[in-house]
Every structure is written in C-alpha cells, then in structure tokens.
Design a binder for this molecule. Sequence first.
Ligand code: ATR
Length: 285
Amino acid sequence: MASPANTPRRAFVIGDPIRHSRSPLIHRHWLDRAGLAGGYDPVAVSAADLPAFVASLKDGSSGFCGGNVTIPHKEAILGLADEADATARAIGAANTLWLENGRLMATNTDSHGFSANLDDVAPGWDRGKRALVLGAGGASRAIIHALLARGFGAIAIVNRTEDRARALAERFGPRVTAHGMDGLQALVAGADLFVNTTSLGMGGSDVPRIDFTAMADKALVTDIVYVPLETPLLAMAKRQGMRTADGLGMLLHQAVPGFEKWFGVRPQVTPELRRLLIADMEAHA
Ligand code: ATR
C-alpha cells in the first residue's frame, strides 16, 4: 500500500496542463459529503516526467493510492501501468489508476460514464439498434466501445477526415462503419441515437443543417461536449423538438468508479453536484 492504513488516502489527477481540470471539484465534494479525511490533488506532469511519476506511485514514495489521468497521458499510461483491464485495452487509453497489492492497475471509465449518464437521464436510450457517432478522436473510441457493449447493431462513424473514421471502424469490427461528412443526413434518417463528440459549431465554425426529425421514433440526440452545456448541435436538435441529453452527466458519472476504488465508498451523482459544476463553469466562462 502507498500509505499506512491510518493515514488519509490521497488521489491525484495528472495532466499537462492541469489547472482547468474539474475533477478536484467533483472528488472533494464527494469526500466532504462522505465525511472522509482523504485528499484529491491536481498535479502537473509533463510527458517527459510521466515515467518518474509512475515509478513514485509504484514504490509508494508519492503517497498516492491512485488517481485520474487526463490529456496528454491517457494513451501513454497504458504502456506504464502493470495491468490495463479489457476496457482500457479496447479503447486504447486509460483515465483511472489504482494500486492493488503494489501493482499499478489501469482502466477507462469514460464508457461507463457515457452509459450511466444516459441510463440516468434518458432511460431506454439503448433500446434502439442504430447509432450515429460524429467524430473519430479519443472520446469517440470510448463512446463506440460503450455502444457495442449495450448491443447497438449498426454504428456509423461520421468524420470530417474520413480516414480517421475508417481506422476506428477497422479497430472495432463489422458492426461499425466509416463515413465522410457528406453522408451525414442519409445516416441520420432512421437512427435511434445521435452522439456528437466534436467541437463542431463552436468558436464560430459552421454547423451543417441537420434534419433530426428524420431519426427513428423516440430517438435521442446527445453531446459529450459540456462547455457550453447547450452546444450548437443540441440547440438545433431541441429547436426541432427532439429529446436531448447534455454531456455534463458523463463527466460526473465517469468519476464514480475511481472514487469508489480509492476511498471505498460509491458516491452519488446528485443535482447538487451538477449545480456545483455549472456554477464553476459560469464563474470561468
Ligand atoms: P477528442 O479526444 O476530444 O475526441 P480529438 O482527438 O482532437 O479530440 O478529435 C476531435 C474530433 O472532432 C475529430 O473527429 C475532429 O475531426 P478530424 O478528425 O477531421 O480532425 C472533429 N472536429 C473538430 N473540429 C471540427 C470541425 N470544425 N468540423 C468537423 N469536425 C471537427
């Protein structure tokens, strides 16, 4: 163990830069609500310093029992942990670390966060079979993994750079297909779920007009981008009367498994926590 049993447990979030991370707000809120004496610290770690940081975790000298990993280390950490679970390996990235009998374990909780959020705010979201995922970056990989696990039979990746979509489709097998942006509207027709993973429309870039009403009955439009809470695509879907779900809940739910590993208590995603995050986003807008 990293620290004697009677000293408060401490977890971290590492990244570069790290000061924008909202993870400390979430985990400190849960520590407070659970009345635990533990800590959760943001630590700036450069790519060059990552191996030394990992060594200090494994030999116990850091004093941390585990933590979160964010940009740009989510992929590199896989090669440094002693064991990455099947989810992290399938996604090709990890965001959560913990020590188990002196071994550094890694998983990825983004897929869980995506599904758990929709279970919460849009029950039945996974009844459909056809999904469209806009974007083919790191976040898209976690979403596709989640959709496959929930039984979606046809997942279309639509991306500006079609080659990136193709590389993802090949990674995930025959249920996943790759398309360029010109295929977007045809693929929207009849889809049960639309997931945006891109910054499309933000910072003044053009948003293609999408007719979401062509989707299947009871279809859901969701975004994993949560700044702003109502992205240009969600606003367009709402104006068309569609059922929508914003991306903030995914951030909150992806944090649950890590907190439980480090501190031994399963925390709750509550309206109070959501309000806390929204207030922080407004304060830093
Ligand atoms: P992340 O890890 O957050 O998914 P990323 O790997 O940088 O981030 O991927 C960003 C995704 O948003 C990509 O699919 C990107 O498309 P490209 O692969 O063509 O770069 C997409 N994206 C970003 N800005 C976009 C825009 N203005 N229009 C369309 N797609 C955009």
